[in-house]
Design a protein around this ligand. Structure first.
Ligand SMILES: Nc1ncnc2c1ncn2[C@@H]1O[C@H](COP(=O)(O)OP(=O)(O)O)[C@@H](O)[C@H]1O
Ligand SMILES: [Mg+2]
Length: 515
């Protein structure tokens, strides 16, 4: 007596096909269930959930010794998503269900003790797997994951269930449940509504301009200014001026959000770029991803979008240090005892901070911070991290007139159009290379695409000396100047572009001089 069905194991953000086989001896009064195939504690405990679920729903328990095998045997199985599949395979092996129909299904769902089916993590990667697996003819999933699964499952029907008896009835008698239909192309085209918009921001033209440049060239940026000047407000609006995500990007990012359980029927797909704003008390595991179980962290949830680190100096130094690798490579590799795991993590970093511990920044405004306190505050910033931030911009307090006036700035869609045009220039420039935006240019590309005349070189040298910029500022200014020229539609980087690029270094280097 054998029952069998399909399911999916989630390793990081990847789904792997798992075959569930149940063999029951059918002899003896004593009932015993063993689960083999590298189950973790949660999977081993599914025994008890299944037993209780079957009993509460008046469904037969397997008699004698039952062995549940999760194949392939060498793949680790984690979590409760196998419950429903195992329970159904147990019923199939007792001839309660037609075995062929179940064998061609991919089943996901955690069981509650009363036989209700709970939602699971990773329904989207599992559905994407099912879409291309010839052995899978249909999916049976928890209702709360149905939309998400339908978006990934291609032509394969997705049947939502609320409870174990509902799934049993569906497999026994057919019908009763309508497949959930959702086409990813339709969903993708739907523009998000009620997004925060740049037109709501009053004044702050320098910061808005800096964010436009950052978005256009994919540059990381740092806003420095007293509390209440709109830094968080501005950062929150940057994802909305980036170019719309491609379908591939939508899937990449949604897969990550699905793997940590952030998608549901109300939000089955991410069709806008993510904005993640972790609190400064976050651990390095929370930021880059879990080490025990391979779970994506905040930087991967921000993949293809914006990671906002507010109050930058308050983050623990070791937490900021771990950002170096992903900022350079666009992915994060997490070493674990049993091997390593790599997650995508290509995000635009926006950081914000107060100018000093009290936040006022200026004695004229009531700042009483001693020079030592200021120094200590700034020293908390990680040098290598600052090295990867191209733009620094001061955000000043609004004047009373600006505060009381109605906001008068451009809307996000107007800014986005310019960003998209500048990105198109970059796409042509870097066609056939690994690069896609100016922020990632290094030595060779800088020499090729950021040619400036001898007078401009002299000007730049002068600025570096006069404003005490670090020597590495040279490359950064060139990269930003390239983006400013692209925004203007100019092939050549002119002095005007350079001047503006220099202004985005001045603030911080001057302000932190003498550290
Ligand atoms: N430039 C601005 N335009 C419109 N509202 C603003 C502006 N600056 C601040 N505010 C208001 O003050 C609130 C706090 O701003 P916030 O962005 O949190 O400041 P910060 O992050 O610099 O401390 C905002 O929610 C908004 O209502
Ligand atoms: Mg803030």
């Amino acid at each position: 007596m054998l029952g069998r069905t399909g399911s999916s194991a989630l390793i990081g953000t990847e789904a792997f096909y798992v075959e569930i086989e149940v063999h029951a001896s059918g002899r003896g009064e004593q009932q015993f269930i063993s689960i083999v195939g590298l189950p973790d504690a949660a999977v081993r405990e599914s025994r008890d959930r299944i037993r209780a679920g079957l009993q509460s729903c008046g469904l037969p328990q397997p008699r004698g010794e039952a062995v549940v095998n999760l194949a392939p045997a060498d793949l680790k199985k984690e979590g409760g998503a196998f419950d429903l599949g195992i329970a159904l395979a147990m019923l199939a092996c007792q001839n309660v269900l037609p075995p062929q129909k179940l064998a061609a299904a991919l089943v996901l769902g955690e069981l509650a003790l009363d036989g209700k089916v709970r939602g699971v993590r990773g329904a989207l990667p599992a559905a994407l797997l099912a879409a291309t697996n010839p052995g899978v003819e249909m999916l049976i999933v928890p209702r709360s994951n149905a939309m998400e699964a339908a978006l990934g499952a291609g032509d394969k029907p997705v049947f939502p269930v609320d409870s174990l008896p509902e799934a049993v009835d569906f497999l026994k008698n057919g019908g009763g449940i309508a497949p959930v239909k959702a086409k990813i192309e339709d969903y993708y085209a739907r523009m998000p509504e009620n997004e925060p918009d740049f037109s709501e921001v009053k004044g702050q033209y320098a910061a808005r301009r800096a964010m436009e440049i950052a978005a256009a060239g994919g540059h990381n940026s740092l806003m420095i200014g007293p509390p209440g000047t709109g830094k968080s407000m501005i950062a929150r609006r940057v994802a909305g001026i980036l170019p719309p995500m491609s379908l591939a990007e939508v899937l990449e990012t949604s897969r990550i959000h699905s793997a940590v359980g952030l998608l549901n029927d109300g939000k089955p797909l991410l069709n806008r770029r993510p904005f993640r704003s972790p609190h400064h008390t976050i651990s390095d595991a929370g930021l880059i991803g879990g080490r025990q179980t391979p779970m994506p962290g905040e930087i991967s949830l921000a993949h293809n979008g914006v990671l906002f680190l507010d109050e930058l100096p308050e983050f623990k130094r070791n937490v900021l240090e771990v950002l170096r690798q992903p900022l350079e490579t666009g992915e994060i590799t997490i070493a674990r005892a049993a091997g390593s795991c790599t997650f995508p993590a290509r995000f635009m970093l926006i950081a914000a901070m107060n100018p000093c511990p009290c936040g006022m920044g200026d004695p004229a405004l009531g700042c009483r911070c001693k020079p030592d306190e200021r120094k200590r505050y700034l020293r908390k910033l990680s040098g290598p991290l600052l090295d990867r931030i191209d733009l620094h911009v001061e955000v000043l307090r609004l004047s009373d007139a600006e505060l009381t006036a109605a906001p008068s700035g451009e809307s996000s869609s107007v800014i986005r159009a310019r960003v998209v045009a500048a990105r198109e220039i970059q796409a042509r420039r870097f066609d056939g290379t690994q690069l896609y935006c100016n922020a990632h240019m290094t030595g060779r590309e800088l020499q090729k695409y950021c040619v400036i005349g001898t007078s401009a070189v002299a000007l730049l040298r002068q600025a570096i000396e006069r404003f005490k910029l670090s020597p590495r500022a040279y490359d950064r200014i060139l990269r930003v100047a390239r983006t400013i020229a692209d925004l203007a539609g100019d092939d050549r980087i002119s002095d005007r572009h350079l001047f503006e690029a220099i202004s985005y270094r001045r603030g911080f280097d001057e302000f932190s001089a003498g550290l």
